[in-house]
Design a protein around this ligand. Structure first.
Ligand SMILES: [Zn+2]
Length: 431
């Protein structure tokens, strides 16, 4: 009995000792910083195929068939609708499979043969309401729903993360005989992204070509910016491993457009540098309205170690091939989360070579002082699992996960992508 108690006291004592030693003054200082601090390290998970639930696609008819909801379009997600009376509807949105990161994507159309105001409540499978609704009457141009038409139900607590989001949301929508789109973010499906890629490829020094098929056999396109055959320093840019992360895509788009631009800086840069970009890593997920995974039911940004999924394999094979002729000098993977944040690899791992990433972040921050953005550096690169670590470990690229906030203003995203491109061009030319 006594020995047991002594052991218990011993355990208790060491727990106290460990916890009191845990925080160095530096860590405490970092914690005091404001703003989104980022997610912790990612646990190792299997990336072998898991079953997914494909959504039923169709049209729901109500009120003696004068009011309709539809998910029959690319990027849609709507899993159920119930009519509650008095022009009030409850909408049900589910994930492709679970467990899954809380990123409840929704996108649907609604119309009515008689113009009317309807109220729609959004409910999600095991998730709160993360994305503020966007509205469109043509499926192309979206704007945030007017705040007077948005009601939080059971608002969350805190500043960031899913707990801070309301449990559900109630929207008032003026509908008529023409469809109104309601979506979690602006729609950038595979065909919309390809339209942009094709339009940029009108420039004589830009081309795009297939690098393989996705799980559901959509073509994955790579965009190559190359103005000089001798430009053997290369950049690798990717985005949308996670389908709802449209704000990351928008910053990437501006980044690519800036490097493709007519400024003296861009022209000079292109004399020595080639840019490879895969703007839509997960076309199946985007078109099927997935919350996060591909059609293999897997988070692609955990598959850069074992390469069980075709989307990651296509990019890996491309890089292995190009590495024979090019020296990769920079890699970036654009994402979205609760707020802007940078996930670089710590210089304790990358040494002198990785410093360019931190200089770059500093230069961006100096030019955009209006938005303080935290840095969450990782000193673990084994297993590689995420793209940026694979880029660094296997192709020697200083690399980063560049995250933009879900609600970061669209003009600011564009500006940030432009500034980020200008600053990396300057730094790479100094080297
Ligand atoms: Zn992401």
């Amino acid at each position: 009995m006594r020995t047991k108690n002594l052991i218990a006291i011993g355990i208790l004592f060491s727990v106290v000792l460990i916890s009191s030693c845990k925080k160095t003054p530096k860590a405490a200082e970092i914690e005091k910083k404001t703003g989104y601090q980022g997610q912790g390290k990612s646990p190792v998970v299997s990336t072998e195929d898991k079953p997914i639930q494909k959504q039923w696609r169709g049209v729901w008819a109500f009120n003696d068939s004068i009011t309709f909801f539809s998910n029959r379009f690319e990027g849609a997600r709507l899993n159920g609708v119930a009519y509650d009376g008095d022009d009030h509807y409850t909408i049900w949105v589910t994930a492709e499979n679970t467990p899954i990161n809380v990123s409840p994507w929704y996108a649907f159309q609604v119309w009515s043969e008689e113009p009317r105001d309807i109220t729609v409540q959004l409910n999600y499978q095991d998730s709160r309401s993360r994305y503020y609704p966007k509205i469109s009457t043509d499926g192309k141009n979206f704007k945030p729903l007017d705040s007077t038409n948005f009601k939080s139900i059971n608002p969350g607590e805190g500043e960031f993360g899913i707990k801070a989001a309301p449990e559900s949301a109630e929207l008032t929508i003026r509908v008529n005989e023409n469809p109104t789109w309601i979506t979690a973010q602006e729609l950038y499906t595979s065909s919309v992204v390809q339209e942009w890629v094709d339009s940029l490829s009108q420039k004589p020094f830009i081309e795009n070509y297939p690098i393989g098929l996705s799980k559901e056999e959509r073509t994955m396109h790579l965009m190559e910016i190359n103005e000089n055959e001798e430009a053997k320093k290369a950049l690798m840019i990717i985005s949308r491993q996670h389908p709802p992360e449209v704000t990351g895509f928008l910053a990437m788009k501006s980044f690519i457009e800036t490097i493709s631009g007519d400024t003296e800086l861009a022209k000079t840069f292109r004399q020595e540098h080639t840019v490879f970009a895969v703007p839509l890593m997960n076309p199946d997920g985007a078109d099927n309205g997935h919350w996060r995974h591909n059609m293999g039911g897997i988070d692609l940004n955990r598959d850069w170690q074992n390469f069980n999924q075709p989307e990651t394999r296509n990019v890996r094979d491309f890089l292995v091939e190009k590495d024979k002729d090019y020296e990769f000098v920079f890699g970036a993977d654009f994402h979205s989360t609760w707020d802007d944040i940078y996930y670089p690899i710590d210089t304790t791992v990358t040494g002198e070579k990785g410093k360019i990433i931190f200089d770059w972040i500093e230069n961006i921050s100096e030019r955009l002082p209006q938005k303080q953005t935290n840095i969450s550096a990782s000193d673990e690169i084994d297993p590689t699992m995420v793209s940026s670590k694979y880029f660094y470990v296997h192709h020697g690229m200083p690399a980063i996960v560049f995250e933009l906030g879900d609600n970061t203003s669209r003009p600011f995203l564009k500006e940030k992508g432009k500034v980020a491109a200008e600053e990396i061009m300057k730094l790479l030319m100094e080297e």
